[in-house]
Structure formats: C-alpha cells, structure tokens
Ligand binder design. Structure first.
Ligand code: GUN
Ligand code: FE
Length: 462
C-alpha cells in the first residue's frame, strides 16, 4: 500500500493499515506494518480479524491502494469526438469540430445516453473527482449532474455560459437568459443532496472562456459569484496564441488575459483555470495572489498544438496546480495518460529552456522544479493532492489520511488476468513498479474504485 503523497516531492511507500468507516471516512492509518503485528494493531483500535461487521481488503505484492485521481478539467459532451479533429488549432477546432457535437445535447435523450457512458468511463479509469463542463443547455447539463450523482462520482458540474462568438444555433440568446439558466442549474444540483455543503456533486460557474461571454454576462456572473462565495468557478485561460490576441482585442480595458477574469470578480480561491500555456509572470503572480488554481492539460496542449506549459515554473512560483484531461482537446479521459504527458511536457520544456544534465537525476525527488523533468512523486501528487487543492478539497480528499474521505483506487500490476502489458520483476521496488505503472498502465490495471467508501468503478465492478 502506498499512502500519503501529501508532499509533492517525496514518495511515502510502506505497508499500511487503513481503517474506513461505514460513512466512508478514513478513521485511522497505521504505517510500516509487519504482518505479525496485524492483530495487535487491530486490537489497539478495538478491532479484530474476527469482526463480523468488518470487511478486510488484503493486497498482494504488485497491488496497492492510492488516492483516486482528480481530473481538474474536462468536457463531458465532447467524448464522442475523442481522437478526432486534431488537424485544427483551438479556434477552428471549436468552430468545426466541437460546437457542432455539443449542439446535439439540446436533445435530452442523447444527453442521457451519452453522459451515462462518459461518467462510467471516467470512473473506471480511476477518476474519483471530476470537474465537468456540460454544454450551454440547462436540461442536458442537469442530466449530467443527475448521472454523476447516481453513479457516485464526486464532481463539479458546470452549465456553460456562452452568448457570443459561436454559431447562432449554439449560443445563448442573451446575458439575461444565460444568468437565469445558471441560477436554475445551481438550484437543481443543490437539490440533489440533503446537505449541499457536503454533497459529492456540486455546481460550478462555467463562463466557457472570455471570448464566448459578453461584458454584461461576465459582470452578471461576477455578481452571482459574490453572492455565493463557496461556488467554485471554472474557465479557460491562455491556451493558444490566437485566442489570447482575440481576447485582448475584445477586452481592451484589460492588459492581460488573467486581468479580464479578475476585472469581473471571477478570479478567487475556488477558481480553476485550464491550460495557462502562455501565461506571463505578472499573470502567474496575480493568479497566485487571488489563490486561484491552474489545471495543466498536457494531452490537449500537445494535441491541439497549443504549446508546452512551464509547470515546473508554476510550482516554483507557488501557484496551485493539478492535472486535467480536457476531452476532447485531449484524446482520452485517462489521468494516467495526463501524468505521462505531463512528464513528457516537462522534459520538452527543460530540454529547450535550461538543458541541464541534472534533470535525469530528478526522477524521485526534487524541491525546485523549473529546471528539471517532473519527478514521479510530483506527477502522482499533481494527479491527486494537487488537484484536490485546486478544487479547494484538500481537507476532504487527495491523500489517504485520517479525517479525509476514502476516495481511492486499487491498482494491480500483477501479470495475472490481462495485465501482461506491464513487465516487472519480483525483486522490483515499489518505486520501480510505480514508475512502470505510470508509463504503461490503463484501465486494465484499475481494479477497484471507491468514492467516500462506496465502490463505484473499476474492472472488478463489472
Ligand atoms: N476554450 C473554450 N472552449 C474550449 C473547449 O471546449 N476546449 C478547449 N480545450 N479549450 C476551450
Ligand atoms: Fe477545455
């Protein structure tokens, strides 16, 4: 069992005992457990292996439990397009590939059919918390929230606000319409659970990006945000050079992209900004001073030729950062692929910017990131705890520590069944197995997925 990963530059690996209550809370954790200590440690907590009401999950060598993945940015209505349309860059891709598919979600029956598959796929890949964009449609996006709630995924769900710069058939009629639908969407999602503050599924304000929102719409959203300080906000920022130039032209009163969101009161602690590939230092500083988080989406940034984000510099600068899959800018909902490509991206950046031989020694531990490829613990941290921080859920999820909720996955690299795509040796260290897992794993290796202690996905659910 691998446990905390509560630090981004260190890997804690040992055999641990984790106790989870029927409510899905981690009650206690014992580290460095030797098999012969098991009964004594259980007795210390008033337990024994004979307890009728206790279920024991024992792991073999080659299996471990780790925190579930936190996908800080993706689009549910684009899964049908995964792997299509990458001949375009962002703005043409939105017009010719993305908006035509999203438009289909005016049909609630289509939304019901597709969103069930989408949430199922995301859970089975080990994503226990997901920041979802729906479409601009109120009814279709309610369906997405209903399905995440039913299937048991922890999620932020956003109805897109977009009232300009797309085809008239895929655009909201006015700022008033957009704001009204946003408020009814929030009420719908909050009514799904008896206590909105502890709910697994929560609404998130989703101005698609500055280009798609008029000034009065952004202003209205800023007012909603002010009235609901706990409501998270998600949007896109500085993904592509043409997008940045276009944004600056639309908002001449702001000197940078980040200033646009700040001007309308949309940059705050619970804001999640996706991409940020071309952010300037002053923007990173502004984002940090507001406490907002960044979602690094390398699969998409490579696929749409957006660029290579300098994530090591963000970390050194103290910006909050997690990973996102950004389907279908990215071609897969796999957070494992996101980690792999975050690694590749950091290697590309360090090669072109600093080119330092020391980078190859940084596989397992580094405290300064900008010069180096991101180490394995940092990649795992970004996919779990980093994402939890970006979602302001760092006290609830992201690591396996007492008092947190048990959002976790059991992974296996055992050569049984069909896991033979990962080659390892009995003598391999956990670090080495983790490294191979990072490079080779997919949903075949995700055996069980729990959200708040409830088993909701993985290969063994089927
Ligand atoms: N910017 C505005 N909308 C989108 C989208 O759907 N995907 C990506 N990658 N960028 C966007
Ligand atoms: Fe996106």
């Amino acid at each position: 069992l691998i446990t905390p990963l509560s630090k981004r530059d260190a890997l804690f690996s040992d055999c641990s005992l984790v106790a989870v209550s029927a409510q899905g809370l981690i009650e206690w954790v014992e580290h460095s457990v030797e098999p012969e200590q098991l009964q004594d440690l259980l007795a210390k907590h008033g337990r024994s292996t004979e307890d009728q009401d206790t279920q024991f999950v024992e792991l073999k060598w080659g299996e471990w439990i780790m925190p579930g993945f936190v996908d800080t940015h993706t689009h549910a209505p684009q899964f049908q397009n995964n792997g299509a349309g990458a001949q375009y860059e962002l703005l043409d891709w939105l017009t010719h590939v993305t908006f035509p598919e999203e438009e289909k979600y005016a049909d609630v029956e289509y939304a019901k059919k597709m969103y069930r598959r989408v949430v199922r796929a995301s859970l089975d890949l080990g994503t226990t918390m997901c920041c979802w964009y729906g479409t601009l449609h109120l009814e279709g996006t309610k369906v997405l929230a209903d399905i995440a709630h039913e299937l048991g995924q922890r999620a932020y769900i956003g109805k897109c606000n977009m009232n300009r710069e797309s085809a008239p058939t895929y655009q909201e009629a006015s700022a008033e319409d957009s704001l009204r639908d946003t408020l009814s969407f929030i009420s719908h999602v909050e009514a799904l659970s008896p206590s909105p503050s502890g709910a697994l599924v929560q609404p998130i304000l989703t101005p698609r990006f500055a280009i798609s929102c008029t000034s009065d719409l952004l202003q209205g959203l800023g007012e909603i945000a002010k009235q609901h300080p706990h409501l998270p906000i998600q949007t896109h920022i500085s993904e592509n050079s043409s997008e940045i130039a276009y944004t600056k032209g639309l908002f001449p009163h702001c000197s940078t992209y980040a200033e646009v969101y700040d001007y309308y009161g949309l940059l705050r602690e619970n804001t999640i900004l996706a991409h940020g590939v071309h952010l300037e230092q002053s923007e990173l500083d502004l984002i940090k001073s507001r406490g907002a988080g960044l979602s690094h989406c390398p699969t998409s940034n490579f696929n749409l030729r957006s660029g290579s984000a300098h994530v090591g510099e963000w970390l050194d600068n103290g910006n909050k950062c997690g990973l996102g899959t950004d389907c279908s800018g990215g071609w897969t909902a796999s957070m494992i692929t996101a980690m792999q490509l975050a690694s590749v991206c950091s290697k590309v950046v360090s090669y072109y910017t600093k080119g330092d031989d020391a980078s190859i020694t940084g596989r397992f531990s580094k405290t300064q990131f900008a010069k180096y490829q991101l180490p394995i613990p940092t990649l795992l941290w970004l996919a779990t705890m980093g994402g939890a921080e970006v979602c302001c859920l760092q006290d609830t999820i992201g690591s396996l520590e007492p008092g947190k909720q048990f959002d976790a996955i059991r992974v296996s690299v055992l050569p049984e069944t069909d896991n033979m795509h990962i080659w390892y040796d009995e003598s391999d260290s956990l670090e080495s197995m983790l490294e191979r897992f990072m490079a080779n794993a997919d949903e075949r290796n995700v055996m069980e997925v729990w959200v708040k202690g409830r088993k909701v996905g993985g290969k063994l659910l089927k």
